[in-house]
Ligand binder design. Structure first.
Ligand code: IVH
Length: 675
């Protein structure tokens, strides 16, 4: 009787779907776990006997068997925008003013205030009521496909009930929201990891992000991920408002955060933000602010977007969370540049979901300014990703035996007497062979987002430096020849050595800008390295340039240019670069063939306020089209782009006869060039 079996299977699937909804979305189950398991077992049995009747939306099919080898790029049909941040009520009032200025007089403006969930944003694409793909935000235009992992999240329906939304045309839509982990679930996960000696996640957000990028959906299924949806986008359906959007998502069976509020004016918005901030600590998940959205879609359309952020929405970031604890000791750490930084060793304390036992004190001046002493009770603060810092001492809790500290006279790692440059607050160990610096430099070089050498972390670097296997960056690439020797080292197996060597080989693909950041020139961060690489295109051109030319680049100041020149004047550094070159590390940016356009090979200066983008965004567009952007007008300048209230640069350009463009003309040329 296959018809009956088919019917039975469909009935159970329907029931499980309903129970998942009640359990994972409403948190209000109507049957016991045992009854639920019973249903699932029956379904599994029927499907085993009738494999033809297995469909992808079956609850037994949430966890796929295949590993995800690579997360394929997905281009978002509608870009996934990000939000501008505000940090004070004044800034929110400014936002309201901009919104009112942007809309015709007499319009009644409403806002929706929602919690800003601290998780990972995703877009779910449903086609004919089935979940088809799930993608990360990526750069907003292109994300990565994470469908197999997202399917394991039980609060995400694999199939929607069509009858619930007959009024709407929803045969192809995207639901957007935030995947997160509840604080309690995150703690449990970290405890289990600690017990099994695995690396701990820093906070629930990192934990969600790390989980979504796992290759094995079976492991993902065991992690307690959750989702709140906040947008429904459909090419075929026009909605009236954000509120309608949230209500429809809820009606379709999605998890929608219940803390949203419709506000009639900005004072109600401020009140809703205050209330949300008060409620923050009692919520089961982390929020880092509020999101304020103009309610009517008609208004949103009139307001539009600038660059990557909508003009109709803004984030209001809450103040960083604080905790109070005892400072046991101040120790001194030697960084990769030789700078000695004081570190506060603390009585462990819980702060935004993670246990903190160390905090940076930046430098000795800061210790003096805040009058921090060993034995003090201190206030700690953490905002976003940053390392926790000490914001104040609780003076009325100071004990008579609290101890003032002095900066060390010698390097705590190698004993070399320390040096303090006149213009700086930091003390430096100037011994380039100081083992702490060598380790710090190598750690930076190998780290994620720099040369990305997976497996070459702090512990292994310590081991290699102590055994004199590594000393300079170039030594990393000599390891290929020393495979047998590495395998012989206790603790390292054949597999881990081979994996390490493979990721070292892989790192040779890192682009020039990353390499320039990796080699650790003082003051040259990732951003400055990118600007230098874009301008000079090769290390040889950078080495032979002079300070004046370097500091002429848009947003590169004299301390960077001085430091770059100093770095390349040292014989040792040049030798390491030569060796890295021989290993095939990228020391040039091969510009993609850029077709002839107005911007190609011309030098630009930006001045005044641009309306449509920030100066950095404008500079990026010019660079992508093969132009250069410098910070001051000279005879070498081909063109000045003058925004609102341009001043002395405009005068100088006129004096020199430099071609001047208005923003409107600039945009026109950009459009032509990008055709
Ligand atoms: S709306 C165009 N609503 O915050 C508006 N975002 O930069 C885009 N987020 O990437 C987002 N909770 O990951 C919106 N209720 C909420 C949110 C939210 C968290 C995240 C989202 C986005 C980032 C803003």
């Amino acid at each position: 009787m296959p018809i009956d079996i088919h019917k039975r299977i469909e009935t159970i699937k329907e029931q499980i779907r309903e129970h998942d909804y009640k359990y994972y979305v409403l948190a209000d189950p109507s049957i016991s776990d045992q009854e639920y398991d019973f249903l699932l077992k029956e379904l599994e049995k029927l499907e085993l006997e009738n494999p033809d009747l297995i469909t992808p939306d079956s609850p037994t099919q949430r966890v796929g068997k295949d590993l995800t080898k690579d997360f394929k790029p997905v281009s978002h049909k509608v870009p996934m925008l990000s939000l501008a941040n505000t940090y004070s009520e004044e800034e929110l009032i400014d936002f309201d003013r901009r919104v009112r200025d942007g809309l015709p007089d007499g319009e009644k403006i409403e806002y929706v205030v929602e919690p800003k969930i601290d998780g990972v944003s995703v877009s779910l694409n449903y086609v004919n009521y089935y979940l088809k793909t799930a993608a990360t935000r990526g750069d907003g235009t292109t994300g990565e496909e994470i469908t197999a992992n997202v399917r394991t999240i039980k609060s995400i329906p694999l199939k929607l009930n069509k009858f619930k939304s007959l009024k709407y045309k929803l045969d192809d839509f995207e639901a957007r929201g935030e995947i997160f982990m509840k604080i309690a679930d995150f703690r449990k996960l970290n405890e289990a990891r600690e017990n099994s000696g695995e690396k701990l996640f820093a906070n629930p957000r990192n934990s969600s992000a790390g989980t979504l990028k796992l290759q094995d959906p079976k492991v993902v299924a065991r992690r307690p991920l959750n989702i709140f949806l906040y947008f429904l986008i459909s090419a075929k359906e026009e909605f009236e408002s954000q509120i309608e959007n949230l209500q429809l998502l809820k009606m379709l069976g999605f998890n929608v955060n219940p803390e949203y509020k419709l506000c009639k004016n900005i004072s109600e918005v401020l009140e809703a933000c205050r209330k949300l901030e008060e409620k923050r600590d009692s919520l089961k998940y982390e929020i880092d602010g509020a999101v304020i959205k103009v309610n009517l879609i008609r208004h949103q359309k009139i307001l539009g977007s600038i660059a990557k952020s909508p003009r109709w929405a803004v984030a209001f970031k809450f103040k960083a969370k604080q905790a109070v604890t005892k400072l046991n000791k101040i120790t001194w750490q030697v960084g990769r540049t030789g700078a000695i930084t004081p570190v506060a060793e603390l009585e462990p304390v819980l702060l935004s979901g993670s246990t903190i036992s160390r905090a940076t004190l930046h430098n000795f001046d800061e210790i003096m300014r805040k009058d921090v002493r060993e034995g003090d009770t201190v206030v700690l603060e953490k905002g976003g990703d940053v390392i926790p810092k000490i914001v104040a001492v609780v003076l009325n809790e100071r004990k008579s035996n609290s101890l003032k500290v002095k900066p060390p006279e010698n390097c705590p790692a190698c004993g070399t007497p320390l040096f303090k440059p006149e213009e700086e607050v930091a003390y430096y160990c100037e011994n380039a062979d100081c083992p702490a610096q060598i380790k710090g430099r190598l750690e930076h070089f190998a780290s994620r987002g720099v040369m990305d050498i997976e497996g070459l972390g702090e512990a292994l670097i310590d081991l290699f430096v102590e055994n004199k296997i590594l000393n300079t960056y170039a030594d990393i690439y000599d390891l290929q020849k020393r495979r047998e020797e590495l395998i012989a080292i206790e603790r390292l197996g054949v597999k881990s050595v081979d994996n390490l060597l493979a990721s070292i080989e892989e790192s040779k693909k890192q682009p020039f800008a990353k390499v320039l950041y990796a080699i650790g020139i003082r003051y040259v961060g990732a951003g400055a390295a990118k600007k230098l690489a874009d301008y000079f295109l090769s290390i040889d051109k950078l080495i032979s340039s002079d300070e004046e030319e370097i500091s002429s680049i848009h947003e590169i100041g004299p301390s960077i240019s001085r430091s770059v020149k100093k770095f390349f004047s040292e014989e040792e550094n040049l030798k390491v670069i030569q060796r890295l070159k021989k290993h095939g590390i990228n020391f040039t940016s091969l510009k993609k063939e850029i077709k002839e356009n107005f911007f190609l090979n011309k030098t630009f200066v930006l001045t005044g306020t641009l309306e449509k983008f920030s100066r950095d965004e404008a500079a990026e567009k010019i660079i992508l089209l093969g132009g250069k952007v410098t910070s001051s007008v000279s005879r070498k300048t081909d063109c000045l782009i003058a925004g609102e209230s341009a001043g002395s640069k405009l005068d100088k350009a006129m004096g020199l006869g430099v071609y001047v463009l208005t923003e409107v003309e600039f945009i026109k040329l950009l459009e032509e060039a990008s055709k």
